[in-house]
Design a protein around this ligand. Structure first.
Ligand SMILES: *Cc1c(COP(=O)(O)O)cnc(C)c1O
Length: 385
């Protein structure tokens, strides 16, 4: 391949697509009376639930918080075990620890990085209460297999769907086969309001619990007081402060209108990456299973042979921003100290964590930029061989 031209400024890993529509939506909230959780949040929740085909959606401040209260709503706490993956952002396991329960890691599929359903049953004990899978990079886990296991052992399922809003597998979508699915609208996610999240469920009782748990466990909200005047209220359970505000919901609404268009664009860019990278020696790509509609949150390459960090440095020198999502989390200090996990415990997750690089992927990226990134990557591989 021809050498890539030198850049004057770095090619961004991520660019949000927020602009005039989001500013107008925020201005409309400013013109109203309620900045915190109110009608704009309700509107977002209705449309987000509709998009996913769920009965209920609740706006919260983060995916971490969403997972925390979803587990609490299911009665999970001290003494309980929750089966999850070490190939994820630490938040997945932190949410489990925050309830007082214990994460139990199961290794991932070597070719996708997703929780390996075939390994789950051997990790189940008398204390196991739930499974918390992560749809890594945007590809859904085998939810049918996980549902069957959960049914056999009377377990709950909460999905970490931070990477997967638009995805599906054999027609199954987030929340279809679980008690709840949790989403992130953090700064680099496919739809974003800087910081935010949502939890969806088809269960009316679960939705009612989540509503209390996301706002102090109190029976009236600020919007209720503004609408109805002061009425006596009660604190009925120990809740948290996880409610989404109207300002954040305003940013999300226009993005929801173009969500499939943005997904389609990322799909086109990902197809271009795959076409170009297939010819580059030393690069392997995660497998996309048949029947999967990949949400295309991250575009991931795996670089074997201990060359990942050197390749990352070369990309940086060439002005291409790239990330590591993720190193396996079980050797990190907190998990070593709390769970006794160590390097060597989950070889597939560790191998992926050692090899993985996330390349730029967002609607404003051009096909020419994809070609440039692949050229720079090929050069980097050549020079660190
Ligand atoms: C971003 C992310 C989270 C955390 O989301 P927040 O909204 O920042 O709490 C959790 N899990 C995964 C897989 C993520 O990528």
């Amino acid at each position: 391949m021809a050498p890539a031209p030198r850049r004057t400024e770095p090619l961004a890993f991520f660019k949000h697509g927020l602009g005039a529509k989001e500013l107008d939506a925020i201005a409309a909230v400013f013109a109203g009376r309620i900045l915190t959780t109110g009608d704009t949040v309700l509107d977002f929740e209705r449309r987000f639930a509709e998009y996913l085909g769920r009965r209920h959606a609740l706006g919260v401040t983060s995916c971490t918080g969403a997972m925390h209260i979803a587990l609490i709503a299911l009665g999970i706490g001290p003494g309980d075990e929750v089966i999850t993956t070490p190939m994820t952002f630490v938040a997945t396991s932190l949410a489990i620890l925050e309830t007082g329960a214990t994460p139990v890691f199961v290794d991932v599929e070597a070719d996708t990085g997703n929780l390996d359903a075939r390994r789950v049953e051997s990790a189940i004990t008398k204390r196991t209460r739930a499974i918390l899978p992560v749809h890594l990079y945007g590809q859904m886990c085998d939810m049918r297999a996980l549902r069957e296991i959960a049914d056999r052992h009377n377990l709950r399922i909460v999905e970490d769907s931070a990477h997967c809003v638009e995805g599906a597998r054999d027609g199954i979508r987030p929340g279809d086969l679980s008690d709840a699915a949790c989403f992130s609208f953090y700064a680099t996610k496919s739809i974003t309001c800087g910081e935010g999240g949502a939890v969806v469920t088809d269960d009316d009782g679960m939705a009612a619990s989540l509503r209390l748990l996301r706002l102090h466990g109190v029976t009236k909200t600020a919007a209720d007081r503004q609408r109805e005047g002061y009425q006596e209220w009660d604190t009925v359970v120990l809740g948290w402060k996880y409610n989404l505000s109207n300002i954040e919901a305003a940013m999300l609404l226009p993005q929801l209108e173009r969500i499939d268009e943005a997904w389609q664009r990322r799909e086109t860019l990902a197809a271009r990456y795959e076409e170009r990278l297939r010819r580059v020696p030393g690069v392997s790509l995660p497998t996309t299973r048949s029947g999967v509609r990949h949400a295309r949150h991250l575009f991931t390459v795996w670089i074997a042979g201990g060359r990942r960090d050197a390749v990352l440095r070369e990309l940086c020198v060439a002005g291409v921003e790239a990330m590591v999502n993720y190193r396996a989390i079980h050797p990190q200090t907190l998990f070593r100290e709390r769970l006794g996990t160590k390097l060597g415990d989950f070889p597939h997750a560790e191998r992926i964590g050692d090899d993985t690089i996330s390349l730029p992927l967002y609607p404003a990226l051009t096909l020419e930029e994809v070609d440039e990134v692949t050229s720079v990557l090929a050069d980097a591989l050549y020079s660190v061989a």
